[in-house]
Design a binder for this molecule. Structure first.
Ligand SMILES: [Zn+2]
Length: 70
């Protein structure tokens, strides 16, 4: 019984993780269709915004703006 409960919990956690990944991919796909860009370094893709200087800025890795500025 304990092991069945553990399996169910593990299965639920895996399911939620997959749903989260699907949501992030869907968000990135939708963002691309709306004219946003997504980070080439992150997976699942993370939408990136353009700051006031016109540089791309990823909220997850923050690497894009530095590479663009170099
Ligand atoms: Zn990133």
């Amino acid at each position: 019984m304990l092991s069945a409960t553990g399996d169910a919990a593990a299965g639920l956690g895996k399911f939620l993780c997959e749903v989260e990944n699907d949501l992030r991919i869907a968000k990135a796909t939708l963002g691309g269709e709306l004219g946003f860009s997504w980070c080439p370094r992150c997976w699942p893709p993370e939408l990136i915004a353009t700051d006031l200087d016109g540089q791309l800025n990823c909220p997850v890795c923050g690497q894009v703006s530095y590479e663009q500025a170099a």
